[in-house]
Design a protein around this ligand. Structure first.
Ligand code: PAF
Length: 283
């Protein structure tokens, strides 16, 4: 039977645990999560294990990245199940602060990311989001001082934002992106998939199907605009309210000029019922 990971709930307990790992000259990988762990998170943990001697997983549902109208209160919290999954993966340490430990009374400092954080994608629909993510991730990085940190490519704009932040602020951590894990029908795994009704779940793989079709058309040299229009129509016909379907530069997330070369990423966000899904693929 695997040994349960150590659990730290205060910054001082976390320091003690990390000091003892570092005394043994261990390299450390951090996997930041909000819990409700699924196979996608487990793939991040497995990549972390390949990249460092010891793996720390943070579980913290970060209030500052949710707008008051969003699902902070109802976000799935599955602590016991999460610990069992991390035990099975032989994770070394779980960092599980409460909101007071992360944001003590009088907390008054925030990170305001620019660049990819203002690309006009998620930020257009969730203007509070990247400030909240950058602030908590900067704290997680300074609390844990990992050598490497693993983030899923599913939240592709987030991955670009934290990569840039780590570089800009010399945080001394290498940010590594990990491939999106999908259900058999292509739906990207997400803690929010549990919100989908049976009908919505049946329609949900449309997003990935459209992304793949669009990537194929772009690789074949089709014009971006009509290809995106056709993809958007298919998503809407499947019952989604589309927020965006866009082809962007894969690193800067800037819009692409005509005939622009360089790596491309196709990103989508759409709501079905009350659930908002995001996804992306390389093109
Ligand atoms: O992707 C997530 O789960 C969250 O945005 C993160 C990176 C853990 C920050 O709260």
């Amino acid at each position: 039977m695997s040994r349960s990971p150590r659990i730290a709930r205060t910054v001082s307990a976390l320091r003690r645990e990390l000091d003892s790992l570092r005394a043994r000259k261990a390299s450390i990988a951090l996997v930041p999560t909000m819990g409700a762990l699924h196979e996608g998170h487990i793939s991040l943990v497995r990549l972390a294990k390949r990249r460092a001697d010891k793996v720390v997983v943070s579980i913290f549902v970060n209030p500052t990245q949710f707008a008051p109208t969003e699902d902070f209160g109802s976000y799935p919290r599955t602590w016991k199940d999460d610990v069992a999954k991390l035990t099975a993966e032989r994770v070394d340490l779980i960092w599980h602060p409460d909101a007071k430990a992360m944001y003590p009374d009088g907390f008054a400092t925030r990170i305001v990311p620019e660049g990819a954080a203002l690309a006009g994608l998620e930020d257009r629909f969730r203007p509070h989001f990247f400030g909240g993510v950058a602030t908590v991730v900067a704290k997680l990085f300074t609390q844990c001082r990992p050598d490497v940190a693993i983030f899923g490519e599913k939240d592709y704009q987030q991955l670009r934002v934290v990569t840039q932040m780590a570089r800009d602020l010399d945080l001394g951590v290498r940010v590594v992106g990990s491939r999106t894990v999908r259900e058999r029908d292509g739906l990207a795994m997400s803690s929010r998939n549990v919100y989908l009704s049976a009908d919505e779940r049946r329609a949900a793989p449309t997003l990935h199907r459209v992304l793949k079709q669009l990537a194929t058309r772009l690789r074949a040299g089709d014009d971006i605009k009509p290809a995106v229009r056709a993809g958007a129509a298919e998503i809407t016909e499947a019952g989604f309210a589309l927020d965006y379907l866009e082809v962007r530069h894969a690193e800067t997330l800037a819009p692409l000029g005509p005939n622009e070369s360089g790596p491309k990423r196709i990103l989508v966000a759409a709501k079905i019922g009350t659930t908002r899904l995001i996804d992306n693929v390389a093109a």
